[in-house]
Write a protein that binds this ligand. Structure first.
Ligand code: DI6
Ligand code: FE
Length: 404
């Protein structure tokens, strides 16, 4: 019996990423109607479909649209000057003592208008779109006062409304202690819980709430206050945890059924067991590991042993990860963390989508999911990880339509 569809896409091997494995359909076909995959299988069986439009790629591979599940892409200024200072022997401590570090970006962000924040972020996002990113997360966290955090979140929403990519917004007001609260960090936590998050929830300005649990940021107790409020407001949580030390942040995140715990270089076996039990995704951020010249590797063997899904992301931010290539993260994850290319690709497709609560909609090429996918003129998916730098040409399809 003939089935009708809007479009049929053939002539490539389909790397479905179903269940986090390649699960490639050689010489496959994808049938799309109203922006969703209605069938995905061998081209030989696609004759049952009558499409309004058929595209034959004539070879290559198709992957799910790429997912960058952890970025700080909206910010003012940049910190290239500090990068150079450090390489000329100026320490982090001296830079921070002179008002540098996150606080330099906070000043530049507070001074920037919403249109300027959007314009600079748009330029950076275009680099990710050129690599086939179709789902992106962007955090606040450089405003660090109520008005500036809200301006950041409104800029993120405006970017999602104006670009051909799905953007999830995360409120990271608990990113650093604002200069005005140096002696009273709890005062800032109170503003987050009592003033900011209720506005964020009522105006739907964020899809999740994040915090930085670290000696130089917030304690597990302060993070728990933010998470309690997020839970009351119905907002999912995620956490920057165990980046520089083991504070039990990832286990705390697991206790709140966090979508993800991120960084995790210092995660312990107890943290990993807690994450496995709660279904919390481990988001590894090789860009920050590399830029900080960190030596403590995230416990990959424990994630594998306990079955914790591993996502990867750029952590694009002006201080510790000025990264504008998600594909480079694939190579770093394999070269630095010893992930396999298949694990790494799952980290920027299915498990990246899971870290954003989007796994039911995206992240793999399966019936019922949104038709976000990328065609690459490549022989095998490992080439996405293998080549360092350069522009791998690709054609991105968003909700069943070619993205120009
Ligand atoms: N971890 C990091 O590495 C960044 N934020 C965080 O929570 C640092 C952000 C910056 O230095 O601007
Ligand atoms: Fe981050």
């Amino acid at each position: 019996m003939t089935q009708y569809c809007d479009s049929l896409w053939v002539g490539a091997d389909i790397v479905t990423m179903r269940d986090g494995r390649y699960n490639t359909i050689e010489d496959g076909a994808i049938a799309v109607t109203e922006g969703r995959i209605i069938w995905c299988g061998p081209r030989s069986e696609s004759t049952a479909f009558q499409a309004q439009q058929t595209t034959d790629f004539g070879g290559g591979i198709i992957t799910p649209g790429l997912v960058d599940c952890h970025t700080h892409l909206v910010f003012g200024g940049d910190r290239s000057d500090e990068f150079e200072q450090r390489l000329n022997g100026v320490s982090y401590a001296e830079i921070a003592a002179n008002g540098g570090g996150i606080r330099a970006t906070v000043r530049a962000t507070r001074e920037a208008s919403q249109p300027l924040l959007e314009q600079k972020a748009r330029e950076r996002i275009q680099c990710l779109l050129a690599e086939g990113v179709t789902l992106l997360e962007i955090k606040s966290g450089y405003g660090l006062d109520e008005a500036s955090e809200l301006r950041m979140l409104r800029a993120i929403r405006a970017l999602g409304d104006s670009l051909p990519v799905t953007i999830k917004a995360t409120c990271l007001a608990a990113h650093a202690v604002p200069p005005e609260f140096t002696d009273n960090p709890d005062g800032w936590i109170e503003i987050i819980t009592d003033r900011l998050l209720p506005i964020v929830a009522s105006e739907k300005l964020a899809d999740a709430v994040d915090a930085f649990c670290e000696h130089l940021a917030f304690t597990p107790q302060q993070v728990a206050r933010v998470f309690e409020r997020a839970r009351e407001l119905g907002l999912p949580v995620k956490l920057h945890a165990e980046q520089l030390s083991a504070l039990g942040g990832s286990a705390l995140a697991a206790r709140y059924q966090a979508l993800s715990a991120d960084h995790l270089e210092y995660a312990t076996e107890a943290d990993v067991q807690a994450m496995a039990a709660s279904g919390t995704v481990a988001v590894l951020l090789p860009g920050a590991f590399y830029l900080l010249r960190e030596t403590q590797l995230p416990p990959l063997a424990l994630f594998r042993q306990y079955g914790v899904p591993i996502a990867l992301a750029s952590d694009a931010n002006p201080g510790t990860s000025p990264v504008l290539s998600l594909r480079l993260m694939l190579n770093m994850a394999c070269t630095l963390f010893r992930m396999t290319p298949e694990e790494a690709l799952a980290g920027i497709t299915l498990y990246g989508a899971r870290a954003l609560g989007e796994e039911q909609q995206r992240g793999s090429l399966e019936t019922g999911k949104i038709a976000d996918f990328v065609h690459w003129p490549l022989a095998r998916p490992a080439e996405l990880t293998y080549w360092l730098g350069g522009q791998l040409p690709c054609q991105t399809i968003v909700k069943g339509e070619r993205r120009s």
